[in-house]
Ligand binder design. Structure first.
Ligand SMILES: Nc1ncnc2c1ncn2[C@@H]1O[C@H](COP(=O)(O)OP(=O)(O)O)[C@@H](O)[C@H]1O
Ligand SMILES: [Mg+2]
Length: 251
């Protein structure tokens, strides 16, 4: 039996023609993408393409100058991070995503601090149901965990308040090839299985496209290709796009 049963379907995150940048320079030149409930959207692109800038704009950390962002029917353009979090947007940053000096249980409590005590207990049970491996680690200090385990704690922490949308900034950064695959294929995919809309930003394009239901290739602040992950993986132009950068497609 899954906890997703009987849950109302979560909401989409829709980004329409978004223009944003730093100072007067537009970095995002009209981005349109949708992260659908129950699906993983991978936004991939070479270094400097604007992936992190897109997340900043979505999170209200950077002024959106043109275009709109919707969470379900609600216009959330330029709403502050705190308000977005209350509205159901969860964010897993690339670094500083767990508190090393706190136990796993305490990290999870921090994630659910806005909840009542009863609700927190209920959510903790759900989150441990989603990530059973966490039960064994619950008393450990986050700083003593492996990279893959830490990422699991980071994702679980953001799941505590039950967001509809999860924004993940390069969750595999710094992880080995094996752990990259594990995090993407099990942890990230699992979130979609439970009805969340997952927006995954990744520089490891090949690994990300393999697990993506939907994908967008970002180059110089513009979406140059969209399709399913596997479709884009087969597109003969994609390798060229990534060879243009010194990062390459993967690893
Ligand atoms: N704080 C900033 N101030 C000015 N320009 C920035 C800032 N952060 C990023 N940029 C520029 O925005 C562009 C996109 O960067 P970024 O979104 O970090 O790319 P990616 O995450 O795809 O590697 C780059 O040209 C980068 O130099
Ligand atoms: Mg980045």
């Amino acid at each position: 039996m899954s906890w997703a049963e009987g849950q109302p379907l979560a909401r989409n995150l829709r980004c329409e023609d978004v223009v944003a940048g730093y100072g007067d320079v537009p970095i995002l030149k009209g981005i349109t993408v949708t992260a659908h409930a129950g699906r993983v959207l991978a936004v991939v692109g070479p270094n400097g393409a604007g992936k992190s800038t897109l997340l900043r704009a979505l999170l209200g950390l950077l002024q959106v100058r043109h275009g709109r962002i919707f969470l379900g029917e609600r216009d959330i353009t330029n709403e502050p991070l705190e308000e977005l979090s209350r509205a159901g947007v969860g964010y897993v940053p690339q670094i500083d995503d767990v508190f090393d000096s706190l136990r796993v249980s305490e990290n999870l409590s921090m994630g659910g601090f806005v909840l009542s005590r009863a609700k927190q207990q209920e959510r903790l049970a759900v989150v441990l149901d989603v990530f059973p491996a966490l039960s064994k680690l619950i008393r450990r200090y986050a700083g003593s965990l492996s990279g893959g385990e830490r990422k699991m704690v980071a994702i679980a922490r953001v799941l505590m308040p039950d967001p509809d949308v999860l924004l993940l900034d390069e969750p595999t950064a710094g992880l080995s090839v094996e752990l990259t695959q594990m995090v993407l294929e099990t942890q990230v995919r699992l979130l979609a299985t439970f009805g969340k809309a997952v927006l995954l930003v990744e520089q490891k394009a090949e690994a990300a496209l393999k697990v993506a239901d939907d994908a967008a290739v970002l180059v110089d602040g513009q979406v140059v290709l969209t399709g399913s992950g596997p479709e884009i993986l087969k597109n003969r132009h994609v390798a060229e796009i990534f060879l243009g950068s010194n990062i390459g497609m993967n690893r």
